[in-house]
Design a protein around this ligand. Structure first.
Ligand SMILES: C[S@@+](CC[C@H](N)C(=O)[O-])C[C@H]1O[C@@H](n2cnc3c(N)ncnc32)[C@H](O)[C@@H]1O
Length: 198
């Protein structure tokens, strides 16, 4: 395995010392995207929110600040990411405001229509079966709830074989049942934000 392949593997499922280091770097490097999400004011105070692929937990921390009276859930299939997310959100985890669980997007351990808003930052291009995984997200989202994917365009192009183009992703979201799908691009940064309203 080349160094690049090893790094991609660590970004996909962080593990051990190198994984822990990468999660801390990602917490710092991904701050700009958090700010982009916040500017769009997508989270209402009091919402029950899920962040999928929560990594080092920085998004959980931002979501918690944006939403003082709500509860923020995080899932990640990497044990290392869960550990780092808990560390990043120590106080909120201790008082039950942030809840982090090891789980895959393919089998989200919550009941139907549980969340008001679900976010997925820089992670959907790693998911094993995007069509089924988006269906699983739809299951746990309340009617009227929002699912927001934010990702870099070049990583979508690099990692994904299907659902790379805006029409493809729009069609996927609509076929799963989302009523409205909005796709915004930050052309300067090469970021894509896909929002599905259930
Ligand atoms: C590039 S990191 C991004 C982490 C974080 N969202 C951020 O913006 O800093 C991708 C994360 O998605 C997680 N992930 C990848 N595939 C997943 C899956 N099938 N289910 C749950 N989490 C997954 C990885 O473990 C990793 O923590």
């Amino acid at each position: 395995m080349t160094i690049l392949q090893k790094l991609i593997q660590q970004a996909k499922k962080p593990k051990g010392f190198v994984g822990s280091l990468m999660l801390r770097i990602m917490n710092k490097a991904h701050k700009g995207m958090n700010t982009w999400l916040m500017r769009q004011e997508v989270i209402k105070d009091g919402d029950t929110v899920l962040d999928i692929g929560c990594g080092g937990g920085n998004t959980l921390r931002s979501l918690s600040k944006m939403n003082p009276s709500g509860t923020i859930y995080g899932i990640d299939f990497s044990a290392q990411a869960v550990q780092e997310s808990i560390k990043t959100n120590e106080t909120d985890v201790a008082n039950g405001k942030v809840i982090v669980t090891q789980a895959s997007v393919s089998s989200i351990p919550y009941t139907d229509k549980f969340f008001d808003t679900i976010t997925a930052f820089k992670t959907h291009y790693f998911w094993p079966d995007l069509a089924n995984d988006v269906k699983e997200v739809f299951r746990v989202l309340k009617d009227g709830g929002k699912f927001i994917i934010i990702s870099e365009l070049y990583k979508i192009n690099y990692h994904m074989k299907a659902y790379k183009t805006k029409p493809e992703i729009q069609q996927l979201f609509e076929s799963v049942g989302f009523q409205t799908v909005t796709i915004q691009e930050n052309t300067q940064k090469g970021w894509l934000c896909i929002t599905g309203l259930k």
